[in-house]
Design a protein around this ligand. Structure first.
Ligand code: AKB
Length: 341
């Protein structure tokens, strides 16, 4: 259906809906079964109540508790139906194809990442959604950007289709804010490391896989070179940053494209050394593949002073603190799994 027809049909539906009078926070998360989505959903359920958070994705996670809707976010009608049905007031739009998978299917990646974002932007505009969260990435920077402490406002010229879709998304977010006053907020995430969920096709995935191997006493084969330093962040810091940004007073938000966010920076070699403080016999071998080139085009550290000054961002986890929690939590997970089977 064309974007000219859709608004008319939706507005017609809206006339009969109570959505304009509802003040209670009702959150929709797209991509809720993914690495970040599954953890963020739980946090938002704790904060706003299980019934006020609607998780959605192409597939439900078997262990999920709460309200779940199967949703392909590229389907405008399906998305708007859910927004109207649950009287949604905030959307966290996490559904996207990441950098490494994106390079395998470039045009599909563009199509999926952009179409789902346009749908979220349009439905948000038409139903007066209070706030939208859109995740961007360090992937917006390309080979020409300074590698260390990459500045917030440096030219963004990405080398992956994922990065191109994020740059475009940031500009569309800015446009919807300027043109329609849509309160859309965004963070350029570094590689996110967590024990709760598995990564989904990114270049920074190695930094999670490595912990699973270490805990299982296996050798880790790394797809990046030993010295490939990238910005990373621990899951708890990521979730806290996301919620802090979404809760910051509107007048404090000076960046309407996307905020740089920094947690820590390390290379596979440095991460190995940190793991070896706990498992001295842990071994890594290097077999770089196409993802090394992607990593080389990204910053190795990020200047996040705008996030720090606008909404008081401060990370809590450094590499050793993160490695120690990851190992403790994964040990517990594998012991529990062994006991159950
Ligand atoms: C990826 O590796 O694609 C993501 C990212 C840094 O956006 N984790």
């Amino acid at each position: 259906m064309s974007y000219f027809l859709m608004p008319l049909l939706l507005l017609d539906k809206l006339k009969n809906s109570k959505i304009n009078f509802i003040k209670m926070t009702k959150i929709l998360i797209t991509g809720a079964s993914g690495q970040l989505g599954s953890v963020l959903t739980k946090k938002l359920q704790d904060k706003y109540g299980v019934d006020n958070v609607i998780a959605s994705d192409l597939r439900i996670n078997p262990s999920f508790n709460g309200c779940f809707e199967v949703l392909d976010a590229t389907d405008f009608d399906a998305l708007s139906e859910i927004v109207l049905k649950f009287e949604i007031t905030q959307i966290y739009h996490l559904a996207a194809i990441l950098s490494a998978n994106g390079e395998k299917i470039p045009l599909n990646t563009w199509d999926i990442n952009m179409k789902s974002l346009f749908n979220v932007l349009e439905v948000s505009r038409l139903t007066n959604i209070d706030k939208v969260f859109f995740p961007s990435s360090i992937a917006v920077y390309g080979n020409d950007a300074p590698k260390t402490e990459t500045p917030q406002d440096y030219v963004v010229a990405p080398s992956t289709v994922y990065g191109i879709s994020k740059v475009a998304g940031e500009n569309w977010a800015h446009y919807y804010y300027e043109r329609y006053g849509l309160d859309i907020r965004s963070i350029r995430y570094p590689g996110v490391i967590g024990h709760q969920s598995l990564p989904g096709g990114g270049t920074t995935d190695y930094a999670i896989d490595i912990f699973h191997k270490a805990v299982k006493n296996e050798v880790f084969e790394c797809f990046l070179e030993a010295t490939a330093t990238l910005p990373m962040i621990y899951m708890d810091d990521t979730i806290r940053a996301t919620i802090e940004l979404m809760e910051a007073p509107k007048e404090n938000i000076t960046v309407r494209t996307s905020y740089n966010l920094s947690g820590m920076s390390f290379s596979p070699e440095q991460l190995t050394q940190s793991i070896q403080k706990i498992y001295p016999d842990f071994k890594i071998v290097y077999k770089p593949d196409f993802r090394q080139k992607i990593a080389e085009s990204w910053p190795s550290s990020i200047d996040d002073s705008s996030a720090r000054s606008d909404w008081n961002w401060k990370p809590q986890f450094d590499i050793d603190a993160m490695a120690s929690v990851m190992i403790e939590e994964l040990k517990l997970k594998y012991i529990t799994e062994l006991k159950i089977s």
